[in-house]
Design a protein around this ligand. Structure first.
Ligand SMILES: Nc1nc2c(c(=O)[nH]1)N[C@H]1C(S)=C(S)[C@@H](COP(=O)(O)OP(=O)(O)OC[C@H]3O[C@@H](n4cnc5c(=O)[nH]c(N)nc54)[C@H](O)[C@@H]3O)O[C@H]1N2
Ligand SMILES: Nc1nc2c(c(=O)[nH]1)N[C@H]1C(S)=C(S)[C@@H](COP(=O)(O)OP(=O)(O)OC[C@H]3O[C@@H](n4cnc5c(=O)[nH]c(N)nc54)[C@H](O)[C@@H]3O)O[C@H]1N2
Ligand code: SF4
Ligand SMILES: [Mo]
Length: 803
C-alpha cells in the first residue's frame, strides 16, 4: 500500500543532513515526525532521524504546546532496540508441534491468509459466524489497532469480546457513570496551575504519567500542596507534601469519613447541591425510588410547604459524551427552586398515592453517620486526626482538586472510591470548577474511541458484530456459551502476561479453541500459545495511523518512517488481505486505504463535533493538531450532565437493588481482614514501573541495565515474620497458583500488602512461573449492572514463603 500522508521529512541544511557532524547530529537522510504511544498515556511526538532506511536517533518532536515536548528511555529503547529486536515476529509462523512447544514453521502471507479464511469459513458453515471471536487491547494507542477486533467482527458477523472490563481500567469509569453520566473526564493538565491543594488517590503519576509530572512540580512551586494517598511510598508520594498510607481497597471509607467531617462542620455548599445535583429530589423512603409527580421529579418547597415538580433536562440539551457541546437555555421547569429542602422528612402526594419521602441529600447525610473519622480510620488505617486534617484542607485551602486513578480501581469494589470522590466534590461545589474538580483520565484517547459510532465501525454494510463481555471470555469459551466459540484472533493484546488466572487459561480455555491467531510485533507469552502468529509493524513502520492521547487534548497522525521490517504488515493491511480472500474487498470499506478510511469514517462521521470539525488535511500535514475543545479545558464546565435528570446524580435510583444508590464502602473481595486471610494474609498488588509499559519494554537491553530483574516488594515487618531477606527467592502462592521471585525488603510498602511490578514475562521468573496464575476474575453484579465487571488484579490474597 502507498504511504498515506506525504512524509513530512525535513531536508535540513540548517541542522545537519548528510555529513553535518558539526551540529552533533548523526548523519541522516530525513527526519520523520511520528508518535510513540505504547499505552503509557504519553503519546509523545517523536522526530526519527533516518539514515539508509534505518532509525539512527530519536528526539522529542515539536508540539504546539511545548509542555508536551518530551520523550523517555522506554521510547528511545523502543525505537532503537525493540524495532530491530531479534525477538520480533518476522514472518507469518504456523505452529507445527504441540501448542506452546515453540515449534513453528515459516509460511507465506498467502498461506497465512488462506489458513485464517479456511478456519473462519469452516466455523461459519458449522457453528455460525459468531463462533469466530476477536479481541484487541491497548498495546498501540493507534485507533486502528484498538478497534480492529470490532472492525473484523463487524465484517464477518463475528463475536467481539469487549475489552474495557478485562483490561482492568473500568472501575473508575463505573464510579463516574452513575453520578456524572460519563465514563471519564478531567480538566487539562494546565488547569493545575492555580490550584492550592491536590489530593491524589491511587495515582502514581511520577511513573505512569511521568510526562505530565512537571505540571505537578510547577503547581507545587506556585504554592500548591500535593497530597498522595497510597499504600506505597511511591515515586509520586516521594514528591508529595504529605503521604497518606492506606490499607489497600479502602479509599471509599476514607472519603466517606472526610465527608462525615465536612457535613459536621457545615462546610457543604448547599446552594450548589440544590442547583446542580439531585440532592433536593425527594426519595420514597419505603422503596428507595425517586418520587414522581406527573412523571416529573419532586422537591419539597419549604416556603410553600408542598412538594413541587422538577422536570428532567431534555435529552437534546444534555452533552452527548464524548462531546461537551451544549446549547440553549435550560427550561424553567428543570430548575430546582431556592426554597427546596435538602433536609427533613415529608409526606407527599405522589404518582401512585401518598408516600413518606426525604430529600436525597438527607439520605446521603444519614449514610455518612457510620463513617465518623474514627470509624473510617478503623477501616482504612489512616489516623482519624489525619482524616479530619485532610477534610479541612480540602474545604479550606481552595481551589482544591481531586485526582483518582487506577490504584483504587483494581479491587473488586474499585468503583466505590471514585463514586465517593465524585460525591465529595459535588457536595462541596467543586465539580466543573476551575483548578478544582474531580479528575479521572481525560485527554482525547477514550473520547475519540467512544465517539466512533456504528457507521465508523461497520466496514461491511448489512453485517455487524455481536458483543460478548470480555471480562467473561475465559468462562464463555471454557463453557462454549452462549454459543460455540472456536476461533480467536487477538491484536494489540499481551494476554500471556496481562490476563488473569493463567492456569485456567491454559487448562480450560485454550483447549476449547480450534484455532488461535495472534497478531504481534514480538514472540510474546501469548503468541507462544497460538496456532498462527502474524508479524506486525512497529510504530515506525506503520503507513498511516491516528493517535489520540490520554494525557492531552491533541490528536496526532503517524506515518511511515522506515520500511516494514522483515515481512511485517499493519493490522489494517491484514484485514484488507482477508477481505480480498473472502472476495468482498471491493464491496466493503476495506477497499479504502487507511488514510481515506480515517478521513471518512473516523473524522467526518465522528459523533463528537470536537473531532468531526477538525481539518483532516491540516492534521495530516502538521501531524499534530488540538481537537476542538476549549483552551484550558475544564471538565463539566457546562454543568449539564448526561444523567437521567441532567444533574449530578448524588442519588442513583437504578442501583437501589445493590444498596449502592449512594456512595458506600464494602471490603475488597479478598480483603486482608476476611477469613481467607488466615491462610493467605497479604494483599498482592502489581503496580506499574517506570521502566516498562506493561509487557513491552521489560525485555529490552537498555531497560535491563536499569531494571535487570523482577522482585517482590515486602515490608520489613512481613519479611521478618517469614525470615525473608532482600535477595532471597520466595514463593508467592494462593489457592489458584504460585510463582517464584526474589524479595526486596523495603519500608516503602505498608505492612499487610506486597507488590510485584507488572509487565515481566514468565521467563523472567524463577522456573518460568508467572504471577498471573494467582489472579482471579470474579464477577461483581453491581458493576455488571453499571457496565461490565472490572478485572481486579490487586484484589488477591497471597502468602509468601522462602522458596
Ligand atoms: N511506565 C508506565 N506507565 C504507564 C503504564 C505502564 O505500564 N508503565 N500503564 C498505563 C496504563 S494502561 C494505566 S491503566 C496507567 C495506570 O497508572 P496508575 O493509575 O498510576 O496505576 P497503578 O500503577 O496501578 O497504581 C497507582 C498507585 O496506586 C497505588 N495503590 C494500590 N492500591 C491502592 C489503594 O487501594 N488505594 C490507593 N489510594 N492507592 C493504591 C499503587 O501503590 C500505585 O502507586 O498507567 C499508564 N502508564
Ligand atoms: N496482573 C496485571 N494485569 C494487568 C494489569 C495489572 O496491573 N496487573 N494492568 C491491566 C491494564 S490497566 C492494561 S491497560 C492492560 C494492558 O494490556 P496490553 O495492552 O495487552 O499490554 P501490552 O503488554 O502493552 O501488550 C500489548 C501487545 O500489543 C503488541 N502491539 C503493539 N502495537 C501493536 C499493533 O499495532 N498491532 C498489534 N496487533 N499488536 C501490537 C505489543 O507488541 C504487545 O505485546 O493490562 C492489564 N493487565
Ligand atoms: S514510552 Fe511513553 S513517555 Fe516514553 S517516549 Fe513513548 S509515549 Fe513518551
Ligand atoms: Mo490500563
Amino acid at each position: 500500500m502507498l504511504a498515506s500522508c506525504s512524509p513530512q521529512t525535513q531536508s535540513d541544511q540548517a541542522d545537519g543532513g548528510e555529513g553535518a557532524g558539526s551540529t552533533g547530529q548523526p548523519e541522516h537522510d530525513a527526519i520523520v515526525r511520528t508518535v510513540c504511544a505504547p499505552n503509557c498515556v504519553g503519546s509523545c511526538g517523536i522526530n526519527a532521524y533516518i539514515k539508509d532506511d534505518t532509525i539512527v536517533k530519536v528526539e522529542p518532536a515539536d508540539f504546539p504546546n511545548e509542555a508536551y515536548h518530551r520523550i523517555c528511555l522506554r521510547g528511545i529503547s523502543n525505537a532503537m532496540q525493540r524495532v530491530y529486536s531479534p525477538d520480533r515476529v518476522k514472518y507469518p509462523m504456523r505452529r507445527v508441534g504441540e501448542r506452546g512447544s515453540g515449534e513453528w514453521e515459516q509460511i507465506s502471507w498467502d498461506e497465512a491468509i488462506d489458513l485464517i479464511h479456511e478456519n473462519m469459513q469452516k466455523n461459519i458453515d458449522e457453528y455460525g459466524p459468531e463462533s469466530n471471536a476477536f479481541i484487541s487491547m491497548t498495546g498501540n494507542y493507534g485507533v486502528y489497532s484498538q478497534v480492529m477486533s470490532g472492525l473484523l467482527a463487524a465484517t464477518y458477523d463475528g463475536t467481539q469480546l469487549t475489552n474495557f472490563g478485562i483490561m482492568g481500567d473500568n472501575a473508575c469509569n463505573m464510579g463516574f457513570l452513575p453520578i456524572l453520566g460519563v465514563q471519564q473526564d478531567a480538566s487539562c493538565w494546565e488547569d493545575m496551575m492555580g490550584s492550592k491543594t491536590a489530593i491524589l488517590f491511587g495515582c502514581n503519576y511520577a511513573e505512569t504519567n511521568m510526562q505530565e509530572m512537571h505540571f505537578l512540580f510547577d503547581a507545587q512551586e506556585a504554592g500548591m500542596t500535593l497530597v498522595v494517598v497510597d499504600p506505597r511510598f511511591s515515586r509520586t508520594a516521594a514528591k508529595a507534601d504529605w503521604w497518606i498510607p492506606i490499607r489497600p481497597g479502602t479509599d471509599a471509607a476514607l472519603v466517606l469519613g472526610m465527608m462525615n467531617h465536612i457535613v459536621s462542620i457545615e462546610a457543604v455548599d448547599e446552594a450548589y447541591i440544590r442547583t446542580y445535583t439531585n440532592g433536593a429530589f425527594l426519595v420514597d423512603t419505603s422503596t428507595g425510588a425517586l418520587v414522581r409527580i406527573d412523571g416529573d421529579y419532586a422537591v419539597w418547597d419549604e416556603v410553600e410547604g408542598v412538594a413541587v415538580k422538577v422536570a428532567a433536562v431534555p435529552d437534546d440539551m444534555k452533552p452527548a459524551y464524548p462531546s461537551v457541546t451544549v446549547s440553549g437555555e435550560l427550561p424553567e421547569n428543570t430548575q430546582v427552586p431556592e426554597s427546596a429542602a435538602l433536609y427533613g422528612e415529608f409526606t407527599v402526594d405522589a404518582d401512585g398515592g401518598s408516600v413518606t419521602a426525604k430529600p436525597a441529600f438527607q439520605l446521603l447525610v444519614e449514610s455518612l453517620d457510620e463513617y465518623t473519622p474514627e470509624a473510617a480510620s478503623e477501616i482504612c488505617e489512616v489516623p482519624a486526626e489525619d482524616i479530619i486534617r485532610l477534610a479541612e484542607m480540602y474545604v479550606n485551602d481552595t481551589p482544591a482538586r481531586l485526582h483518582v486513578s487506577q490504584g483504587t480501581n483494581r479491587y473488586w469494589n474499585g468503583h466505590l472510591p471514585t463514586r465517593a470522590l465524585c460525591q465529595l466534590a459535588a457536595i462541596t461545589g467543586n465539580i466543573g470548577k476551575q483548578h478544582a474538580n474531580i479528575n479521572w483520565a481525560g485527554g482525547t484517547l477514550m473520547r475519540f474511541l467512544f465517539s466512533l459510532g456504528p457507521s465508523s465501525l461497520s466496514p461491511r454494510e448489512g453485517h455487524g458484530a455481536s458483543a460478548l463481555p470480555g471480562s467473561q471470555w475465559y468462562d464463555l469459551v471454557a463453557a462454549q456459551q452462549p454459543h460455540p466459540i472456536k476461533f480467536l484472533w487477538t491484536q494489540n493484546y499481551g494476554w500471556g502476561t496481562q490476563g488473569p488466572d493463567r492456569n485456567k487459561l491454559i487448562n480450560e480455555v485454550l483447549p476449547q479453541l480450534d484455532f488461535v491467531v495472534v497478531s504481534e510485533q514480538m514472540m510474546t507469552p501469548g503468541a507462544e500459545l497460538a496456532d498462527l502468529v502474524l508479524p506486525i509493524t512497529s510504530y515506525y513502520e506503520e503507513d498511516f495511523q491516528v493517535v489520540p492521547a490520554w494525557s492531552s487534548m491533541y490528536i496526532q497522525v503517524r506515518d511511515r518512517a522506515i520500511s516494514p521490517q522483515w515481512e511485517a504488515k499493519t493490522d489494517y493491511e491484514i484485514a484488507q488481505m482477508l477481505a480480498e480472500r473472502f472476495g468482498i474487498l471491493e464491496e466493503t470499506e476495506w477497499r479504502l486505504d487507511a488514510k481515506e478510511y480515517a478521513r471518512i469514517h473516523l473524522f467526518e462521521e465522528n459523533l463528537a463535533p470536537e473531532f468531526s470539525t477538525m481539518d483532516f488535511d491540516e492534521l495530516c500535514e502538521k501531524k499534530v493538531l488540538a481537537a476542538n475543545f476549549s483552551d484550558n479545558y475544564v471538565a463539566f464546565e457546562s454543568m449539564r450532565f448526561a444523567t437521567p435528570s441532567g444533574k449530578i446524580e448524588l442519588y442513583t435510583e437504578s442501583l437501589v437493588e445493590f444498596g449502592e444508590q449512594l456512595a458506600c464502602f464494602y471490603e475488597p473481595l479478598e480483603s486482608n481482614r476476611k477469613e481467607k486471610a488466615d491462610t493467605y494474609p497479604l494483599t498482592f498488588m502489581n503496580c506499574r514501573t517506570v521502566y516498562t509499559t506493561h509487557s513491552q519494554h521489560a525485555p529490552l537491553a537498555w531497560i535491563r541495565e536499569v531494571a535487570p530483574e523482577p522482585w517482590l516488594e515486602i515490608s520489613p515487618e512481613d519479611a521478618q515474620e517469614r525470615g525473608i531477606e532482600t535477595g532471597d527467592v520466595v514463593e508467592v502462592l494462593n489457592d489458584r497458583g504460585s510463582y517464584k521471585v526474589k524479595a526486596l525488603v523495603t519500608s516503602e510498602i505498608k505492612p499487610g500488602c506486597v507488590n510485584q511490578r507488572q509487565g515481566w514475562w514468565p521467563k523472567d521468573f524463577v522456573e518460568g512461573t508467572h504471577y498471573s496464575s494467582l489472579l482471579h476474575m470474579e464477577l461483581n453484579p453491581a458493576q455488571d449492572a453499571i457496565s461490565e465487571t472490572n478485572y481486579s488484579p490487586y484484589d488477591n490474597l497471597v502468602e509468601v514463603r522462602l522458596a
